[in-house]
Design a binder for this molecule. Structure first.
Ligand code: WT7
Length: 712
């Protein structure tokens, strides 16, 4: 699958005197593909007047259209308050409750309508249909439990470490009902990762599950709660209560003992709250709704704080126009609720619009590559949402599987990483059977919702480009010095968003300075300015913008590795490796992978007196697995005699990244120890050849990323 991602370079890019981000990127522009007429005629956005309603001169009032999709207890008096820019406030003076908007109002209008369909990974299990009326009952009872059993109140934080089960949205919405801030940690993350998020957020309650199915096996998930509490305690945070759902009520799937007085089975507690109702707390629009942790360049994950009114308006509006959700659709997003995609586009967006959202527990290829298409057929799914990694994997395991099933998608979404045109075409032709519109959505954990995508009923698709910036978003490319790079110039730059939008995160939990320095300081000209025009938001992504304003994302410009659409910070992984007693130095680099986009590869050097061995390498791998999670597990751990370093001692990650990817190492004249490069190259590439891991030739975009990795 070594497709040319961007066609042939017209000429070698000139590198002298220009920064990396300015290097011209050439690729063959793909032709437009028009959405099917059957899609356009029914689309929520098929009248070009919408583009006019969201034009630059209508900012910020244009976003009233999104906020009007919600039921407000009190209307706002100020749409956007920039007095403390870039800490913006949206819909100030407005009050609402997110659980009321996602549950109560639909339960009142349509109690028997299905809100959630749960599909167990075990194919012989029956699908569980939860109506809006039933969801309301469950959310109320769980909210009563949170309030009366845990003593939680508005503003408290609760950490969730739950898998893909319908109990997860129940917990999130119960928190929202009380104004309690939830912080869900991806179920696949380790106990230690959950623990440091517990301590960062100051949670006194952890909500988890005993186990869940993954690739046909029931794993022990409860054990991670004990590891999490140990880590949290080490960091000074005590947890009073651990609430444990049982995947099959009454049957405990874990071998890990319950701790008396601390751990409680939820199915034993809930009957006490049967039939109880909890009044939804009317929250100010700018009250935080949840935290979502994401990786950054330094070790500590960042708790992105999302608001109630702005966030919910933004996900409702973008779900309506970009996912084209109508209330009677059967919508399935195969992401995990543990990531922002799941929060915005499995739970909050679709439920705010009162549609039916599907939750699938397991991996896409269990028991075989036809599973997603069987689910689509059985449930009559008509909107499908997934990631390029899942598409690549399904294409690999069953390129002709979709044809065997009788389902019909009207639209399909992709998210998380760039999608190669060839993979895009398989998605369109085979999965969509040529009859569905594709929306490639580019955005980040920090953003709440989409930044770049085509409006599927109005703008043609272009494989490999996400499309123009979305309604109300003004994208711009800057070079390192802050000069604007005009669209259509063919030059890459740092993509920024000129204006605020309702879905943007409010701050990094407990670290406003990091919020400023990571996203705003680079392009801010006046730190005292209260004018949003002076505060472009820096996404930390590199991109090219074509003459038609379509954006092609080139990847991160910071030290973040995107594995299967999930960001992992190099520092996070390296800190984990450094806890292995033998390890003196560690460096994590990306390796191009045809299924997962990028995977992690580790380089370590040992302290004096220790010998390189397979045991030490395995220990490094294992430690990364238990500290972060399987997703970060390195493809290889190379124990090297020394790392290539600058004279100031900085490890040159771009050099080892090039070695791992079999691409030219580039200029090594600034190294303090240039002789080590050849030695490392010999060692690593010989071993990789023996393991059958020779790299295909990288595309120009990939080379660009690898050769500048860690240089920001
Ligand atoms: C990074 C954000 C928010 C969705 C899940 C990932 C990359 C995301 C695309 C896309 C090319 C994409 C960017 C971005 N990315 N979507 N459609 N095309 N690249 O959230 O973990 O915060 O990662 O994922 O590099 O900065 P995240």
């Amino acid at each position: 699958m070594a497709e040319e991602v961007q066609g042939q370079a017209a000429e070698a890019p000139a590198t002298s005197g220009v920064s990396e981000s300015q290097i011209a990127v050439h690729w063959r522009e793909e032709d437009y593909i028009q959405p099917p007429a059957s899609f356009v005629s029914q689309a929520n956005a098929n009248d070009p007047a919408i583009l006019e309603r969201f034009s630059e001169d209508k900012f910020p009032e244009c976003f009233k259209e999104y906020a009007d999709l919600l039921s407000w207890d009190q209307t706002w008096h100020t749409t956007l308050d920039t007095s403390n820019a870039p800490f913006y406030k949206w819909f100030v003076g407005g009050r609402l409750n997110a659980s009321y908007n996602c549950v109560d109002r639909h339960a009142a209008a349509n109690p028997d309508k299905t809100a959630i369909v749960f599909v167990s990974e075990i194919e012989s299990d029956e699908h569980v249909h939860i109506s809006y009326g039933e969801l309301l009952r469950q959310v109320n009872e769980f909210a009563a439990l949170l309030r009366d059993f845990c003593g939680l109140k508005t503003g408290d934080r609760v950490t969730l470490h739950m898998p893909m089960v319908p109990e997860l949205p129940v917990v999130m919405l119960a928190c929202a009902r009380l104004g309690v801030i939830h912080s869900e940690v991806f179920g696949g993350f380790s106990g230690a990762a959950a623990g440091s998020r517990i301590s960062d957020s100051g949670s006194r309650v952890l909500i988890t599950m005993d186990g869940y199915y993954r690739a046909g096996k029931m794993g022990d998930h409860k054990v991670k709660a004990d590891e999490a509490l140990e880590m949290a305690a080490k960091e000074g945070q005590e947890v009073d209560k651990v609430l444990v759902w049982r995947r099959r009520p009454g049957e405990y799937q874990s071998k890990t003992p319950m701790v008396e007085g601390r751990d409680f089975f939820i199915d034993e507690l809930l009957p006490r709250y049967a039939g109880q109702t909890v009044e939804p707390v009317s929250m100010p629009a700018e009250a935080p709704l949840f935290l979502m942790y994401t990786s950054g360049t330094t070790g500590r994950p960042k708790g992105c704080q999302h608001s109630t009114g702005g966030y919910l308006s933004y996900v409702a509006g973008t779900s309506k126009y970009y996912l084209d959700i109508h209330p009677d659709d059967m919508y399935w997003c195969m992401a995990d609720i543990g990531w922002i995609t799941g929060h915005s586009y499995i739970v909050y967006g679709p439920l705010a619009l009162g549609t039916t959202t599907v939750i699938y527990e397991g991996v896409p290829n269990y028991p075989d590559g036809g599973r997603p298409w069987r689910i689509a057929e059985q449930l009559r799914v008509n909107i499908f949402h997934t990631s390029p990694t899942a598409i690549r994997m399904l294409r690999k395991v069953g390129p002709e599987e979709p044809r065997k099933y009788n389902y019909h998608f009207k639209s399909m979404t992709t998210v998380g990483e760039p999608i190669e045109p060839e993979v895009w075409r398989w998605y369109f032709t085979e999965v969509g059977k040529g009859g569905a519109a594709i929306t490639d959505t580019w955005w980040q954990t920090e953003n709440g919702g989409f930044l770049g995508a085509t409006l599927p009923g109005l703008q043609p698709m272009k494989p490999g480009s996400c499309g123009p910036s979305v309604l109300g978003i003004q994208a711009v490319l800057y070079d390192e010095e802050g000069n604007e790079i005009p669209k259509g110039s063919g030059k890459a730059g740092n993509i920024c968003i000129r204006n605020p939008w309702p879905g943007i995160f409010q701050t990094i939990w407990g670290d406003p300075e990091r919020f400023l320095s990571t996203y705003f300081r680079k392009y801010n000209k006046n730190p005292d300015s209260k004018d949003w025009r002076d505060w472009p938001y820096f996404t930390n992504d590199g991109a090219v913008i074509a003459a038609d304003a379509y954006i092609r994302i080139l990847g991160r410009v910071d030290d973040v590795i995107n594995v299967a659409g999930h960001r992992l910070g190099t520092k996070e992984i390296e800190s984990a490796a450094l806890t292995v007693p033998e390890v003196a130095e560690a460096a994590a680099v990306p390796v191009v992978d045809d299924v997962r986009g990028r995977v992690v590869e580790m380089y370590v050097s040992l302290k004096p007196g220790f010998e390189a061995s397979d045991e030490v390498a395995a220990k490094v791998s294992q430690t990364i697995d238990t500290t972060i999670g399987k997703i970060a597990r390195p493809k290889n751990v190379w124990i090297v005699a020394d790392m290539p370093k600058t004279r100031s001692g900085k490890i040159m990650r771009r050099v080892i990244a090039s070695v791992s990817n079999f691409t030219e190492v580039g200029d090594v004249s600034t190294l303090a120890n240039p002789e080590i490069v050849e030695q490392v190259r010999e060692q690593v590439q010989t071993a990789k050849r023996e393991r059958g891991q020779e790299q295909r030739e990288l595309t120009e975009t990939e080379q660009h990323e690898i050769k500048s990795f860690g240089e920001s």
